[in-house]
Design a binder for this molecule. Structure first.
Ligand code: BTN
Length: 243
């Protein structure tokens, strides 16, 4: 089902795929990949996604035929698909998903996901799922070093980037076609957050909320937290950190 289009370099696969979809030039299953992004974007508009050329999975997937029950859950379908693919590459390692969809090895990030819906008025034209996975990168820029890790650094051997890409794509096809309970799986995978004590969240406006504890996931996939004074607060979109 995948139509892979590889470019030597792009500003951002996400930007390219969204423009193609908006212009009516993209179809279900198009996968835009590149060896290097010059303006790779993170989930938060203000964050960039940096890569060492040729080392990592950098791809954006166009989906226009998404089962209705999954429309608002694609960011979790993508995160869980990357989680399964990464676990199959590094079996026995401590690989976890951090809400909403980062993949971690111990406390370091291997992969990040963006999921964006493209609308024409009130009609959903499709979604673009952007996935970055650190595969063979050996050195990370100062701003992320200490928080990032690659599969090669975990295993001590180089792994073909296409192999990782194809594993993720086959997990996504499987998850799109199965009626599996996405939120149930996400909740199971996030149970570890109950045992880590406090974390902080930064919302999309940049406000920081320190000293929160995990209290579950709503039926919409939002994060339920409890603050130091026992107050419950629900976040739909935020970044979690542990220091
Ligand atoms: C995050 O963790 O903040 C999400 C990072 C997503 C990065 C990927 S790399 C391929 C695609 N193109 C982009 O510009 N960003 C996504």
């Amino acid at each position: 089902m995948w139509n892979i289009q590889n470019f030597p370099e792009l500003p951002s696969t996400q930007l390219y795929a969204k423009r193609q979809l908006q212009a009516g030039k993209a179809k279900h299953g198009d996968v835009i990949t590149t060896l290097h992004q010059t303006e790779g974007r993170g989930r938060n508009e203000t964050r960039s996604w940096l890569d060492e050329p040729g080392s990592n999975v950098l791809m954006s997937i166009v989906l226009t035929e998404i089962p209705t029950v999954l429309h608002d859950k694609m960011q979790f379908v993508a995160g869980l698909s990357v989680l399964e693919a990464v676990r199959s590459i590094v079996p026995g390692e401590n690989i976890r998903i951090k809400w909403p969809n980062d993949i971690l090895h111990d406390w370091k990030k291997i992969s990040g996901v963006i999921s964006e819906a493209i609308w024409s008025g009130n009609i959903l034209k499709g979604m673009v799922i952007g996935i970055g996975i650190n595969v063979n990168q050996q050195k990370f820029p100062d701003e992320v070093s200490g928080h990032a890790i690659s599969l090669c650094q975990i295993t001590g051997r180089e792994i073909p980037v296409e192999q990782v890409r194809d594993l993720v794509l086959s997990e996504i096809s499987r998850n799109l076609h199965s009626a599996a309970d996405v939120l149930g799986r996400l909740r199971n995978e996030l149970e570890w957050l109950r045992y880590i004590g406090h974390f902080s969240l930064t919302d999309s406006g940049g406000t920081n909320f320190p000293g929160l504890r995990y209290d579950g996931i709503t039926d919409e996939g939002s994060l339920v937290t409890i603050s130091g004074n026992g107050e419950k607060k629900i976040f739909q979109n935020a970044s979690m950190s542990f220091q």
